[in-house]
Design a protein around this ligand. Structure first.
Ligand code: GDP
Ligand code: MG
Length: 267
């Protein structure tokens, strides 16, 4: 089925780990993808796992569920629309219930999809929303850089979203929007608070503008990359703990193929 899809757009092809926004609040500050992940992806492409000629089960060709939460009007829908459709609509349309967009990526040569869940934010949808929170690989908590209350509420949104998820396996992002609206002094003060909160909740901090597009693409590429990295690592862990009988050995002649391609980049 994958083969019938059009190719992934050029700007969704990730070969190198995109940089964090600020060193003070990053999921990690390494400047490249985890080496085990790189090797596994190389093996995935060639049909070989580099250590021991084992077939890496294709379940790692995953769809990651990413939920986007935060107060009404902070700019969640605009942020998603800027990235997915490269548009910005000034007229406000409340999101009803929950919506999701699917974005296709290729990371280190491996297809990877992000399902971006846009929640309504209204108090009355909170109980409905909790069923959608379940099974998220990443949570994006959004606040408005020009509205202190929305940052104050961010912690509560995070707690809500985490209730149905495993804290050890979810990546967190704290994103300040509407950067274009803030006066530099106000921005600096808000950022200081936001970085403090990010450190506390172990989230990666980003400041963006959906109106100008500032940092929006960099942010989502970073989300896709870190989520991919975490997904592959946990898949490898599961793989390692499987019974030998579950793992399919592949024939030796592919070995040559693997060695030939090993030196290439991710394409
Ligand atoms: P949501 O309720 O969190 O989904 O918020 P929306 O995405 O619908 O945005 C709420 C309002 O904020 C809309 O009127 C948008 O035009 C405005 N908005 C969103 N993002 C930005 C931004 O980056 N800059 C500016 N100036 N306005 C924004
Ligand atoms: Mg919305």
């Amino acid at each position: 089925m994958m083969n019938s899809l059009p190719p992934v757009k050029g700007d969704r092809i990730i070969c190198e780990l995109p940089l964090y926004f600020t060193r003070d609040a990053a999921v990690h500050t390494k400047d490249g993808f985890n080496i085990t992940v790189r090797e596994a992806c190389q093996g995935q492409k060639t049909g070989l796992f580099p250590h021991g000629d084992l077939w890496l089960v294709p379940t790692m060709l995953n769809v990651a569920k990413i939920i986007v939460v935060g107060d009404v009007g902070v700019g969640k829908t605009c942020l998603i629309n800027r990235f997915c459709k490269d548009t910005f609509d000034k007229t406000y349309k409340a999101t009803i219930g929950v919506d999701f967009e699917m974005e296709r990526f290729e990371v280190l040569g491996v297809p990877f999809n992000l399902q971006l869940w846009d929640t309504a934010g209204q108090e009355r949808f909170r109980c409905i929303a909790s069923t959608y929170y379940r099974g998220a690989q990443a949570i994006i908590v959004v606040f408005d850089l020009s509205n202190y209350n929305s940052l104050d509420n961010a912690r509560e949104w995070l707690e809500d979203a985490m209730r149905d998820n495993d804290p050890s396996s979810v990546l967190l992002f704290l994103v300040g929007t509407k950067k274009d609206l803030s006066h530099p002094d106000q921005l600096a003060q808000m950022e200081q608070e936001a970085v403090k909160l990010s450190e506390e909740i172990r989230a990666e901090y980003w400041a963006v503008s959906a109106l100008s597009g500032d940092s929006v693409r960099d942010f989502f590429l970073r989300v896709a990359s870190l989520t991919f990295e975490a997904t592959v690592l946990s898949e490898l862990e599961r793989n390692n703990s499987r019974q030998v009988g579950d793992i399919v050995k592949i024939s030796n002649n592919c070995n040559e193929n693997y060695k030939k391609r090993q030196s290439n980049c991710c394409r």
